[in-house]
Design a protein around this ligand. Structure first.
Ligand code: A3P
Length: 343
């Protein structure tokens, strides 16, 4: 039942290691050296901590609450720094293809041939102009990140210690943390959902893999504590998922102040509405339903699942809960970091 992606352990200096994919291992140095810009924003998280939610929130703030453009898939608007770029490319092409077929009334096979023989790469700007179509420009490789227009909003699950050494001196970083009990449950469901993981074990064994740092992006505590110790840095904002749940409006304003963005009352109301779990789960640009037609995701279950704090109570046996409490206690003993585990 072991998740299949744990094919690389990357050593990094300074600060430690991460369990990661081979693709990242091959690119680690290039990513470490990617030059940060003063107007870049990095949404940095351990997986399942509210990344997508915060990423769309930040993108809206950085783009003057352009709800029209926010319909472009988030993976195109805001690159996932260390992941392979197949998804945004495939998604951009699907959107373009469907629009070209329906708007220009061209036979589908002809359009498919244009992609097949890379003709689209040449004629894309003209076609987009003729159709007045905005699908965004997908980042297809790491080099393209250098050419991407500012302001760039990145998603990354890399810990600070694997990112450019001058990142904090240069760009803004928003670190989102979520209590580990809900992260474990959310990550467990994600591993069942994703075809590439196809995790077949139970929650008990999954939690063991989690606590033994065997899962993608592990280890969890060094990831968090590295950011926690830097939380007073003027370019780092440490945000809790549970605070977003408790007071979304207040957290939008706080993140806005950090970024120097001040939405007006109307924009703020719209943002709160847009980011509410029920709306968000049905928003095609963020809910990862495209993973299904890419055959990455099983037919059952959803990427945006419950969005609750305290769901672990529906999953943990008293014994498992006690073991996780011990693990948390031993990892938190030298810090003043604490978590809210129920609301
Ligand atoms: P659950 O699996 O507990 O429901 P990430 O984006 O880092 O992968 O995090 C995914 C988690 O954030 C999922 O948790 C998902 O439901 C939750 N989430 C996503 N959008 C949310 C929203 N608008 N409000 C509350 N939780 C949200």
């Amino acid at each position: 039942d072991f998740p299949s992606y744990t094919d690389g352990l990357v050593e990094a200096s300074p600060g430690g290691y991460i369990t990661t994919t081979q693709v990242f291992a091959e690119n680690a140095e290039n990513i470490y050296n990617l030059k940060p810009r003063p107007d870049d924003v990095f949404v940095l998280t351990f997986p399942k901590s509210g990344t997508t939610w915060t990423q769309d929130l930040v993108w809206l703030l950085m783009n003057n609450c352009d709800f029209e453009r926010s319909k472009i898939p988030l993976v195109i608007r805001s690159p996932f720094l260390e992941m392979n770029y197949y998804v945004p490319k495939a998604l951009q092409e699907k959107y373009e293809r469907d629009a070209i077929v329906s708007k220009m009334r061209l036979p589908a096979f002809l359009v498919d041939l244009m992609y097949r023989f890379n003709i689209m790469d040449v004629v894309r700007p003209a076609v987009m102009k003729i159709m007045n179509l905005v699908v965004g420009e997908a980042v297809r490789d790491l080099n393209q990140l250098e050419r991407m227009k500012s302001p760039r909003v990145f998603k990354t699950h890399l810990p600070l210690y694997l990112l450019h050494p001058e990142l904090l001196e240069t760009s803004k970083v928003i670190y989102v943390a979520r209590n580990p009990k809900d992260v474990i449950v959310s990550y467990f469901h994600f591993h069942k959902l994703m075809n590439q993981h196809k995790f077949t074990g139970d929650l008990e064994s999954f939690a063991d893999y989690f606590m033994k740092d065997r899962l993608y992006s592990s280890p969890y505590f060094p990831h968090l504590l590295d950011a926690w110790t830097k939380r007073h840095h003027p370019n780092l904002l440490f945000v809790f998922y549970e605070d977003l749940k408790r007071d979304l409006r207040g957290e939008i304003l706080k993140i806005g102040r950090f970024l120097g963005k001040y939405p007006n009352e109307h924009q703020l109301n719209r943002m709160v509405e847009h980011l509410r779990i029920d709306k968000f789960a049905n928003n095609k640009s963020v809910n990862f339903e495209h993973y299904r037609w890419l055959n990455f995701m099983s037919p059952d279950g959803r990427f945006i699942r419950k969005g609750k704090t305290g769901d672990w109570k529906n999953h943990f046996s008293p014994e498992l809960n006690a073991r996780i409490d011990d693990w948390m206690k031993s990892n938190l003993k030298d810090t003043d970091l604490s978590f809210i585990t129920e609301l």
